[in-house]
Design a protein around this ligand. Structure first.
Ligand code: SF4
Ligand code: SF4
Length: 468
């Protein structure tokens, strides 16, 4: 019986017989296919639907590149907040490392846009051209009105889905209602048209034609993620110890009497594979972890009356040492995964706290450097400051500005400023102190800006006051 040696390479890189041969995945039913269908619906409801959701009189999620603002429900992020987008990327990377180390290619198999759109395009293909044998037959058949009609219909629907996908994508950067109205009136900008066609074309090409080639040769994540695998990472595993020697057999025959394992060599696992590989050759770079072969093989096992799980989610160590589910779960907790988890939770927690407590108010202060100080008629020493206040909330607000740090420091005027929602205002402030109150040179002061309707919402900024 074949056993995996502990030092065996995690990924087998085997030459593919004909890498350009078209793959005709056979449709399959089963629990993992059900999960894939659920994931397609979930991801697409969110993707196609979220851009239509109104929030505070605008689109709930919008990257407004013109105004350089990112709206996400109640959060409005400004260019100064790009740190949050950087942290989001860092968290995504950490989550990916953690997820891959524990669960292998679950992302590829269930949620990656390439997988999801390929799945959608395959549904359309199957609906129009039929399942695998019918599609192979149709492609091999000479050109006919029926063949041209089917192909035209399929590509028309594919193009419709692809263009709507491109439109939806651009709808996260230009409000989607304005975008559609612009298309209706022929006033859409050239760049918007370009990006709709670009993303639409990319969807059409990648889900309709490139399919498994994207995963095999182009996707960088597919290429580097295996360095994150170890012998306790969840993979799709063929139980060679149980399955071999493989071979066909008469119905109801006792495999042990024939010296055979459980694999009846029916080829279903290969036919359902969207990347066209044979998982019985071992885990391969091309395996996207979609589990279609598990569903296919389970159906076969049910038919011949053998226990399910000849192909199953497992780990290399579990297959080799016959670990049960609890041991597999226990071994998911290891130093590497714990470090990823701690880093993820630490950064996510700090970012969440920072977002929850940040004042939707930003202050920038600049000292007028042309005149460091001035002696006013009333005998006080004046310094001029340029203040820029950004109201990052979505309500008009009135702010009170105070200067602190020097005894009897005062601001000319009432020190109040009204800033409309999601806008910024500049203000010139004359700040004065009594002559002789301080030595010559610069002295630190602090500007405090608070919201008149809620004084807890306030920010402070440091500056220097110059004395003659
Ligand atoms: S589907 Fe199962 S039984 Fe059929 S060839 Fe694949 S592993 Fe063997
Ligand atoms: S080998 Fe199985 S899990 Fe891997 S891509 Fe093919 S069908 Fe999906």
């Amino acid at each position: 019986m074949a056993k995996l040696a502990p030092e065996k390479r995690i990924i087998e890189i085997k030459p593919v017989a004909d890498p350009n041969a078209k793959v005709y995945p056979r449709s399959v039913k089963g629990r993992f296919q059900n999960w894939r269908v659920i994931m397609v619906w979930l991801t697409q409801i969110v993707f196609y639907g979220l851009c239509w959701l109104p929030w505070n009189s605008r689109q709930a999620v919008l990257f407004d590149l013109d105004l350089r603002r990112f709206y996400f429900f109640d959060f409005v992020l400004w260019p100064q907040d790009t740190i949050y987008l950087t942290i989001l990327l860092l968290l995504s990377a950490l989550a990916l490392f953690l997820f891959t180390a524990v669960a292998g290619r679950l992302w590829c198999g269930y949620a990656c846009p390439q997988t999801v759109y390929t799945e959608i395009f395959l549904w359309v293909e199957k609906l129009i051209e039929g399942d695998r044998p019918a599609r192979i037959k149709l492609d091999a058949a000479p050109t006919s009105a029926r063949k041209v009609g089917k192909k035209t219909l399929k590509h028309s629907i594919w193009l419709g889905i692809a263009l709507w996908t491109g439109l939806t994508f651009v709808g996260y950067f230009t409000p989607i209602r304005d975008l559609l109205a612009g298309i209706g009136h022929g006033t859409t900008g050239a760049w918007e048209v370009f990006w709709v066609l670009f993303y639409g074309g990319a969807t059409y090409g990648m889900a309709g034609f490139m399919r498994e080639h994207m995963c095999k040769y182009i996707c960088p994540y597919a290429q580097f993620q295996f360095v994150m695998f170890d012998h306790d990472t969840l993979i799709i595993a063929y139980d060679a110890e149980r399955g071999e020697p493989r071979g066909t057999r008469p119905k109801k025959a006792d495999p042990s009497a024939l010296g055979l394992g459980s694999c009846i060599d029916c080829g279903v696992c290969v036919q359902v594979c969207p990347t066209g590989i044979d998982i019985r050759d071992g885990l391969q770079l091309e395996c996207i972890g979609c589990a279609a072969c598990i569903d296919g093989c389970d159906q076969v096992m049910d038919k011949v009356g053998y226990p399910r799980g000849l192909i199953r989610y497992s780990t290399e160590n579990a297959v080799q040492h016959h670990y049960g589910r609890s041991e597999i779960i226990r071994r998911a907790v290891r130093i590497r995964t714990l470090l990823y988890l701690l880093a993820f939770l630490g950064i996510a927690g700090a970012t969440g706290w920072s977002l929850a407590t940040r004042a939707p108010l930003k202050l920038a202060i600049q000292k007028d450097r042309t005149v460091l100080y001035r002696e006013a008629d009333n005998g006080r020493i004046e310094n001029t400051f340029q203040i820029q206040l950004t109201n990052a909330s979505e309500q008009d607000r009135r702010f009170r500005i105070q200067a602190k740090g020097i005894a009897d420091i005062a601001i000319a005027g009432n020190g109040e400023l009204e800033v409309p929602a999601a806008a910024l205002r500049d203000l010139t402030l004359e700040v004065s102190v009594p002559a002789g109150a301080l030595d010559s040179g610069s002295h630190p002061i602090v500007f405090e800006v608070s919201d008149e309707s809620d004084p807890r919402r306030r920010v402070e900024g440091k500056a220097s006051f110059w004395m003659p």
